[in-house]
Design a protein around this ligand. Structure first.
Ligand code: NI
Length: 228
């Protein structure tokens, strides 16, 4: 299931993120790739020791935390600190790959996050670069995604995906991996569809008895399937 969330960042947050990124130094994206992904990864990334990385990460996490649509689509349990990458010049693409299932948290804890869901937050205006399309293969075919700056796409980490070469300008994005309370993508999809339908029913009908009953069913399914 692919879900896009328009304008996750406010205009102010987007401007602030861009300003911090402009003051930052980039390194090769190889630093965070697994063995298989490293062979096809050719981009740049903000290193862990980058001065503004903690501020940038907090800015993105705050935006995620206030989005009910993100919560409904991802049912997030643990979010790995977001990363930032850039595609430009000779470092301009990321071939087809799958994301590592288990990712170590970049602190001293030695703990892991299981990546159920990947997300990309676009930070460059689409008219400012050519190419750089996030291409995702799922059971319903191939999807090409290039969103407005400040918008987010959420997709299963189990998918095979790529970023096509950037042939003009630069594409800066934030990307992240998260563990969902609901591990199974099919169960997540059912819950998301039900949640969205309930939102509509509630706005059209109010809290009628069947709406309350169905809301109870949603929560009982979540109770059955969620881990915490
Ligand atoms: Ni990936």
């Amino acid at each position: 299931m692919l879900v896009t969330i328009d304008q996750l960042l406010s205009a102010d947050e987007l401007a602030r993120a861009r300003s911090l990124l402009q003051q930052s130094q980039w390194v090769s994206g190889q630093v965070s790739a697994g063995v298989q992904a490293a062979e096809v990864k050719n981009n740049q990334q903000l290193p862990e020791q980058a001065q503004h990385l903690p501020t940038l990460r907090q800015l993105v996490l705050d935006a995620l935390n206030r989005s009910p649509l993100f919560f409904a689509a991802a049912l997030p349990l643990k979010i790995l600190p977001p990363f930032f990458n850039r595609y430009t010049g000779d470092t301009n693409h990321y071939g087809f790959h799958t994301d590592n299932a288990m990712r170590r948290v970049p602190d001293m804890s030695g703990s892991y996050v299981r990546s159920d869901i990947s997300a990309t937050l676009f930070l460059s205006d689409p008219q400012d670069y050519d190419g750089g399309v996030l291409t995702i293969n799922d059971t319903f075919g191939t999807h090409g995604i290039k969103l407005q700056a400040g918008s987010l796409v959420v997709y299963p980490s189990s998918s095979i995906h790529a970023v096509t070469p950037v042939t003009r300008g630069e594409r800066v994005c934030c990307f992240m991996f998260l563990q969902s309370m609901v591990r199974d993508p099919g169960q997540r999809r059912l819950l998301y569809d039900m949640d969205m339908a309930l939102l509509k029913l509630r706005s059209e009908l109010g809290e009628t008895e069947p709406v309350v009953q169905l809301t109870g069913t949603y929560h009982n399914l979540l109770r059955r399937w969620a881990e915490s």
